[in-house]
Design a protein around this ligand. Structure first.
Ligand SMILES: [Zn+2]
Length: 490
């Protein structure tokens, strides 16, 4: 017996020693990248351009007749005037009402083009909250530290910095080797828009036989990640896929009648049981390779005790999964989420419902389809009288490779911009226009090169949206370098 105990102890000791040594060498590889600061950027002009763009309220609404199309026309005119070299040298088309497609012809037509995406539209200011803004929502006010207004982060900053980058490259006489498309949708904020401008652009390009070598859109950010004694870094979240989305209605039909003579369980009571069934049977968790990569990248720049743990990420996968499952903000990265959101019974207090219904919203991991969700519901709801109806949805995107040239370029540029960047490939929870381009591109990445804090990110779609002006010039430099590298052959 004792030889067995000794054997196990010896193996354990060996494991501990190996871990201690591994952790000591669990670092990032050091590279010498040329500084992005060398890029010529007119930061003051870029900031002023964003301010002017914010002052044109290009608000999108689900109802087409609510949209002020004049503002979109003004925005196009503004771009045409502000960027004379782009106007002279690029072809411009207006697609599906108000989406804009620019084509910058490359020197070598044999090469696959690339596309830079942005959306022109912004969300409205919630009625009644206008006065909560420190500076009016469409003022584009510059207080010396921040530029204020709707669209400052989502995403006139991004669109304008792309335009500034292209205009400056034109001034410098840069000629791309491949075609570069600038694709600016007009209704990204209208969730589930069936006639999405971005879809129309993607289909137009597809009809012309275009196959893109890379797409870059919003959907990832550069977030300050400071945990005292653990790390002081910037998390460069690069979105490589989007979760799917599905709404299902579950409903129970009954006789109804007066509530003074009710059955033991009304339609609503039966529905409640079905809701519990669904909530109790959550989807299984899955730790995708990108998450392992992300956690390891965090480990490499963390303090030694954290390194000790994270250098063995692959061994402690079950532990990581168990922890993530318990934190809602983390759980959505490892599972298809289930959320009961709306419910309806009878129209009056003293009336039994003839139909009780509830809506579930699912956000699917790549690999889980709308059909899988439907099958799951049929399996777990015990009461087979319950109706299950699909309302609307969109499948999850496939993963873009983290080994692709496009991803590696973004990752390298992040390091060049800020050597404290942790490259964090991740799964986008919401939706972007980027997913429409999957029909013509395998390498779709989502990243906005602006350094922000979590607090600032919280102002998008909310009150006091603003961008630190110090990050604007870096954004332009990032896009310039991205274009130089990605528009070249190798
Ligand atoms: Zn957006």
């Amino acid at each position: 017996m004792s030889w067995l105990v000794h054997g196990v102890l010896a193996i354990l000791m060996l494991f501990v020693v190996v871990t201690i040594i591994r952790a000591a060498f669990f670092k990032e590889k050091k590279h010498d990248y040329p500084a992005l600061a060398d890029e010529n950027v007119d930061e003051t002009r870029a900031i002023e351009s964003i301010a002017q763009a914010i002052r044109i309220p290009t608000i999108s609404y689900p109802e087409n007749d609510k949209v002020d199309w004049e503002e979109f026309a003004r925005f196009r005119d503004f771009l045409a005037e502000r960027y004379p070299l782009i106007t002279q040298n690029l072809e411009r088309e207006i697609v599906a009402d108000a989406s804009v497609l620019y084509r910058w012809k490359g020197a070598n037509p044999a090469l696959d083009p690339i596309a830079m995406l942005s959306h022109q539209d912004v969300v409205p200011v919630t009625p009644g909250t206008e006065d909560d803004w420190e500076h009016p929502a469409f003022s584009g006010y510059n207080d010396g530290n921040f530029l204020w207004g709707r669209g400052a982060l989502d995403m006139k900053n991004h669109l304008i910095c792309v335009m500034e980058a292209v205009e400056t490259l034109l001034v410098e006489g840069f000629v791309p080797e491949r075609d570069v498309y600038l694709c600016f949708g007009h209704d990204e904020e209208v969730v589930g828009s069936e006639n999405a401008g971005a879809l129309a652009i993607a289909k137009l390009l597809q009809s012309r036989g275009v196959c893109l070598a890379g797409v870059l859109d919003e959907g990832g950010a550069w977030l300050k990640a400071t945990v005292p004694h653990v790390m002081d870094a910037w998390l460069a979240g690069i979105g490589i896929s989007e979760k799917g989305y599905a709404d299902f209605e579950i409903a129970v039909n009954a006789k109804g009648g007066h509530s003074s003579a009710p059955p033991n369980h009304s339609a609503l009571g039966q529905l409640a049981v079905a809701i519990r069934d669904v909530e109790k049977h959550q989807f299984k968790t899955k730790l995708f390779p990108f998450l392992i990569q992300l956690i390891e990248n965090v480990g490499r720049v963390s303090s030694y005790p954290v390194k000790l743990l994270l250098c063995n990420t692959r061994l402690i996968k079950p532990v990581i999964r168990a922890i993530m499952k318990r934190i809602p903000m983390a759980a959505c990265m490892v599972r298809t989420t289930t959320a009961a959101t709306m419910a309806q019974g009878s129209p009056a207090c003293n009336v039994l419902p003839q139909r009780a219904s509830a809506i579930f919203n699912f956000r699917m991991l790549p690999g889980t389809t709308i059909e899988d969700v439907e099958k799951h519901l049929h399996k777990i709801i015990r009461n087979k009288e319950v109706e299950i109806n699909f309302v609307k949805g969109k499948e999850a995107s496939p993963f873009s490779s983290t080994e692709s040239r496009a991803f590696n370029t973004i990752a390298r540029l992040c390091k060049q911009m800020n050597d404290k960047s942790i490259i964090a490939p991740y799964l986008v929870m919401g939706g972007t226009d980027a997913c429409f381009y999957e029909i013509i591109c395998e390498s779709v990445n989502r990243f906005s090169p602006f350094e922000v804090t979590a607090e600032l990110m919280g102002t998008t779609h909310a009150t006091n949206e603003r961008i630190p002006i110090a990050t604007v010039g870096k954004g332009v430099a990032f896009f310039k370098r991205y274009l130089r590298e990605m528009a070249s052959e190798e």
